[in-house]
Design a protein around this ligand. Structure first.
Ligand code: CP3
Length: 406
């Protein structure tokens, strides 16, 4: 039986997908975290007429914003326009975005009974994201730059093609080079820890006190401490319940996106850098590993991204993710070495370098490329999202530099 990754076997030879699988590419693929955002006038124009959530929940608008950003920049992948927090609504948590503050969840989770009350049976309400992905896939397929069709993948699965994509199978067979200019379509969801942190803190946080309080209360033996300590009490079940429910919902949500045509799923664990290595291993690794395994069993690679993760990278790679997203604080070569080059890496230009004079920006981009040294399995990106007011020309200059750097 062929050991080719099902996505490559289905005819998607994009340099983006190939790099995710550590296959050789004609040049380094490039895309940007938050490439459709407030820095871009085209986005601001749509945003001036619609709220963020309206854009997310209207497939035509979400697809338009996704496509416009990818085409304006000339990047190798389009990330679907959505938000990390969308799954909170069908789970029963209302939230809104407050200008200059960020998300605010109305009734944050602080107890096991609240965690129990979260719903896992309404994930079907999120299919507007899948409908948007279908539109993006159809657009790029028409232009001949699209990804493989989900129908093609179904045919392969129907033929008994195993969607098992361990490192050995993904690297074992060299896929035909094909048309590497095809665009990759990226679906995404939050990781259990980062989504739980929003659900528990009620918004952005500096010290994650409430999150860690619930997390630590799940220590084996904590319930017996209840009489002694007012802090642990009866909430020892809250964290495991929350993790289990999040994994259930997120895996189903990711499956909807893959079914609709996403080639890759990126799992955002943006705030996981708040955890020590031992706390990561004890409280976040198992549910994240479960989520990654469920997504990979759909036949797509997983990119796992977090910020401030230098010390966590080896533990994060234990999730089985195909690609680790690196923040800009660690030199890329050093980070990749700590991972024994066993996975692909994505990153890791400082997003604020886009405000530097052109020659400084050029040098920083060259530094990232030199650190990757042309090794298969590097996807150029920022170490975190593009911030508002970033000059679009700087982003375009980076794309051009990558394209010239064959
Ligand atoms: O182009 C893309 O990257 C796709 C769009 C995208 C959005 N959110 C749209 C958005 C993606 C991938 C996200 C993910 C997301 N959302 C994350 C993980 C990524 C990361 O940055 O680490 C997180 C933590 C969120 C939660 C969230 N959404 C916050 C904290 C905020 C407020 C940030 C701010 O600067 O105000 C948002 C709002 C949001 N989501 C914006 C966009 C383009 C900006 C606000 C707007 O348009 O009004």
């Amino acid at each position: 039986m062929s050991t080719l990754h099902p996505n490559l076997a289905a005819g998607n030879c994009s340099r983006f997908l190939r790099a995710c699988l550590c296959q050789p590419v004609d040049r380094t693929p490039v895309w940007f975290l938050r490439q459709a955002g407030r820095y871009m006038p085209e986005y601001r124009a749509v945003r001036s007429r619609h709220s963020l959530l309206d854009i997310c929940r209207t497939p035509e608008l979400a697809a338009e914003v996704t496509i416009t950003a990818a085409e304006r920049l000339g990047v190798d992948a389009a990330i679907i326009f959505a938000d990390l927090l969308l799954p909170l609504t069908p789970m029963g948590l209302d939230f809104k975005f407050v200008a200059d503050e960020g998300p605010r969840i109305h009734a944050p989770i602080r107890s096991a009974s609240q965690a129990h009350a979260l719903r896992t049976d309404r994930t079907g309400d999120l299919t507007y994201v899948a409908r948007a992905i279908e539109k993006v896939a159809a657009h790029f397929a028409l232009k001949g730059t699209g990804s493989s069709s989900p129908a093609g993948q179904d045919v392969l699965k129907g033929m008994g093609f195993s969607p098992s994509i361990g490192p050995a199978s993904s690297k074992g067979a060299l896929a035909p080079q094909g048309n590497q200019d095809q665009l990759g379509i990226i679906g995404f969801c939050g990781a259990p820890f980062t989504l739980a942190s929003y659900m528990i803190e009620g918004g952005s946080s500096r010290n994650y006190i409430e999150t860690k309080r619930l997390m630590y209360a799940s220590q084996p033996g904590a319930p017996s401490m209840a009489a002694l300590s007012p802090w642990v009490g009866s909430d020892s079940a809250a964290w495991p319940i929350l993790m289990e429910k999040l994994v259930t919902v997120l895996a189903e949500y990711a499956a909807q996106q893959v079914e609709a045509g996403a080639d890759v799923i990126q799992v955002f664990d943006s705030w996981v850098g708040a955890l020590s290595v031992s706390d990561y291993r004890q409280y976040a690794l198992a549910p994240t590993t479960d989520l990654v395994a469920r997504i990979r069993s759909l036949g797509v690679p997983v990119i796992y991204f977090g910020v401030d993760t230098a010390s966590l990278l080896p533990a994060m790679s234990a999730t089985g993710a195909d690609v680790l997203g690196l923040d800009w604080r660690t030199p890329l070569d050093q980070a990749w070495r700590t991972l024994h080059h066993a996975v692909a890496v994505q990153g890791n230009l400082d997003p604020i370098a886009l405000f530097a004079p052109p020659e400084v920006l050029h040098a920083r981009v060259a530094e990232v490329l030199a650190a990757a040294a042309g090794r298969p399995g590097h996807i150029f990106n920022l170490g975190h999202g593009i911030v508002p007011n970033t000059p679009v020309d700087a982003v375009l200059a980076v794309v051009q530099q990558i394209k010239n750097s064959k």
